[in-house]
Design a protein around this ligand. Sequence first.
Ligand SMILES: [Zn+2]
Length: 104
Amino acid sequence: MIKQELKEVIKKELVGVSYVCDNCKKEEESKKIPEGWVSFMSGHDEWGNDSCDSVEYLDLCSAECYIEKLNELYNDNKDYKTFEIKGDLTILFIKKLLTLIKEL
Ligand SMILES: [Zn+2]
């Protein structure tokens, strides 16, 4: 049996204070994903340990950074048939993305 006493304990834990863009490294103070940013997970599901290592959780600050990261992810993973990107895009983000694509 453990004998217990009520004691005051000072506990430290990691708390999110800002978001950093995984492409351009722009930082914005916020505890939740800033407006206009996008979050997603990428990775492949093929045989071997590298499928676990391939999983990345990314936060990007803009449609420009999204396109740049897509290019990078495509070039790094184009040989994996199961490579996927999973995440939600807001309608406003999609509009910005389509505008940029039309300009290309
Ligand atoms: Zn960025």
